[in-house]
Write a protein that binds this ligand. Sequence first.
Ligand SMILES: [Zn+2]
Length: 366
Amino acid sequence: MLIAPSSSHCCANCFAHPWLKHFIRDGGDEKGTCSYCQAHHVRMLNIEALAEPFNNLLGEYVGESYREHEIEPGSHHWRARPLLEALQEDWELFAPVTLARNTVASLLSAILNHSVHKFGDQLKHDSWVLNHSTQAMFTASRQFNKFFGCDPFSDRISFEEVRKSVELLGTAENQVADNLPYFAVLLETGRAFVRARQGCEKDAVGTNKPYDDLGPNPLHPASRANTDSQYALYLADAATTALAEIRLLPGDVASVAEVSLTQNVTVLDLSQSFGEINPFVTKNLSWILDLSHLLSSVAEVISRPAFNPSDYALTQHMANIARAAGYDGIRYPSALDGRQNNLVLFTSGVVRIGNTWVATQVEPNS
Ligand SMILES: [Zn+2]
């Protein structure tokens, strides 16, 4: 059966987004020639069936009049883009064949005819729109030095203040904490990590032996994810990572321990890829996108060694939100050991220390 132009049906070849292609192939109930991309003998889906996933995606876009007070008379908002262009730039939605045939505007218009926008905007394919995620949580998106309306490099915000903000409906900290579950992972009992501490002891005959106590420094000096005296235990996935993180010089020795979890813990995972959010099914899409930009900034900072403690003001603030929200710790990438990850635990009494040994840093290339 040939579907007429301005058809109510489209096919998977019209689109480039992998999830959308699967959705159309799986749901397709007609066979024919697609009037939007001209593919022959393909499974086609009634465009009405795209309403729900597109409603979810379109919630991320608001008409530029949303920020009317920032628009110069006779021009557009400096961050606004026509909807079609925004969708293509942000998500690579449409296939080159549909873009080249210029039927893409009529395809998007047919989809928009079925969609209901959550902010009540009647979006058209050429409406000038803004990304809602850039303002979802008032975090000055992608500018982590300004996030939460404070300057974490000079404003010192205590854990007690953060805890109050997390509980206060509508604050940025409250919204962040509410959406953190999307980025949380469970680490199961028995899972093994490694801890390294510079130096070692000597036994009676002068042989190196590891320190007896390889738990955290009881003073808990301020570091990446804790301010002074807050409990924190820093671990790594592998011995090479743990050793790289304490930055030994050639010839230096370190005491190393196997450390395993004695109970399940739930941690904020900053080691994940933040680029794989599915805009068609992710609830609270704009908040999750905003938070993913923020967390990828935090991941970048927390993975690097700091030159002075104030470099960690941002990551300590984020860690305090995670603590106040009840997470047991944060997993984060290691900038010093490639693809490996680190873990900081905020909850005490959840690990057992196993085998210990002394490691010596060898000369490079020796
Ligand atoms: Zn098609």
